[in-house]
Design a protein around this ligand. Structure first.
Ligand code: ARG
Length: 412
């Protein structure tokens, strides 16, 4: 990345306003001190007194958008190590891969990500190194360790009893889970993630089985909210989803078997649904090679299609849709591939884009600084040479990336 100039003036041939859902032509963005100082019609901005030595960037042949965001990634770790292969990975090694993953993510146009679970608080260290400018990556909202029941999806169940291994976020009982929330907060977590049902990639857990009682979920949510942290629940099965929504979570991750009742409740409460409807294709085609257990592949065969149908039902009902992909299960940097799946299953391209920008910004609680191109917000700006509103898969190949006024990828 080049160092930050005093001021940059971007000329945008087309510009996506994610707030109104409109595409504007011949716009200009003045960037100063990492933020958007002014934005508007080219004639209007050119009529202003511009800062001395302003650097001009010509994106007149491009569509300019706010940086994309992903509500569900796991940057820490080598994404080629699944199942028993994952046991060979040390936390330092996982963190080293994390630095590479962070760069790939930013270069793909994702300027903010929620990292929903990592070993040893490595995600907090990664966030700090990025914020200090030591390495290149997106803004991060890290969860630290995912909280889960003994033997649940957020535990590690690969080894026999005599070689016990327990994940750092495992706790049972309302006060024990509150203590985990406090500990995550103490070591720098900016969001709380817990597992509310079994999962696909964990050994010996059932997709449909709820994990944690209502009391435990309520304790996690209440404690997190006291500390000013949002809560994301991993949940596939109908009961676990309903219980977590009633306990007050801010987002449901996966939400694969969400019922009509669950969708209605999420709508009433404003709960976001972060449904990773691309990853199934990756798991079923490449998963075996990466070490994913046969039992997990079998579970995935029951989840993928159903999750897409329930996504469509949630879209039709008008629920809040986030953009979350589970990058890390599949290679980082391919996050944009989910766009076309969301369009195939019911969103318009503009809505898919809004999910990945303004909706996520609201879910993350950062809409004052991100999610749209408006004066006062961070200059997190991307551009593509095609028309993403005609073909959303253009977002799989982002040509220009700016984060906080610094250009990380220049348009050719
Ligand atoms: N991490 C999730 C789990 O193990 C991945 C689920 C992926 N499958 C899907 N259809 N979204 O449960």
């Amino acid at each position: 990345a080049s160092s930050e100039p005093e001021a940059t003036l971007i000329e945008a041939g087309k510009l996506v306003d994610t707030v109104s859902g409109r595409v504007l032509e011949n716009q200009m963005i003045l960037v100063e001190n990492g933020k958007i100082a002014a934005i508007g019609a080219k004639s209007e901005i050119e009529g202003m007194t511009l800062p001395d030595g302003v650097k001009r960037i010509d994106l007149s042949g491009y569509t300019v958008l706010p940086g994309l965001t992903d509500s569900h990634v796991h940057l820490i770790g080598n994404s080629n190590l699944h199942g028993y292969k994952s046991l060979s990975e040390s936390t330092p090694s996982a963190a080293i891969y994390g630095t590479v993953n962070a760069r790939k993510t930013l270069m793909a146009g994702f300027t903010t990500v929620r990292n929903v679970g990592a070993p040893g608080f490595a995600d907090i260290d990664l966030m700090n190194a990025i914020d200090e400018g030591v390495i290149t990556g997106p803004r991060m909202i890290p969860a630290g360790r995912s909280i889960g029941i003994t033997g649940g999806h957020c535990d590690n169940n690969l080894l026999p009893y005599e070689d016990q291994k327990t994940s750092g976020g495992v706790a049972d009982g309302p006060w024990a889970v509150r203590a985990k929330v406090r500990e995550n907060n103490k070591y720098g977590a900016k969001v709380i993630k817990f597992c509310g049902t079994g999962g696909v990639l964990s050994k010996g857990t059932k997709i449909g089985a709820q994990q944690f009682s209502f009391e435990e979920m309520k304790a996690i949510v209440d404690e997190a909210h006291l500390l000013g942290l949002k809560v994301a629940v991993h949940a596939h099965g109908e009961e676990g989803i309903n219980t977590a929504i009633r306990a007050g979570v801010d987002s449901v991750e996966h939400a694969s078997f969400i019922s009509d009742e669950g969708i209605a409740e999420a709508k009433t409460r404003g709960t976001y649904l972060s449904m990773d409807i691309y990853v199934s294709d990756y798991i079923l085609s490449e998963g075996e090679e990466a070490g994913i257990l046969e039992e997990s592949l079998a579970k995935e065969r029951t989840v993928g299609k159903k999750q897409r149908e329930r996504f469509q039902a949630a879209v039709e009902a008008g629920a809040n849709i986030a953009f979350g992909t589970d990058a890390g299960v599949y290679p980082h940097g391919d996050n944009g591939r989910q766009m076309k799946y969301m369009v195939k299953w019911g969103l318009t391209p503009m809505q898919a884009l809004q999910a990945a920008t303004i909706n996520n910004a609201k879910l993350f609680g950062v809409e004052d600084m991100s999610g749209s191109l408006e004066a006062g917000k961070y200059a997190d700006i991307i551009a593509v040479d095609g028309d993403p509103i005609a073909d959303v898969s253009e977002l799989e190949d982002v040509d220009f990336v700016m984060k906080g006024g610094v250009i990380y990828k220049a348009a050719e």
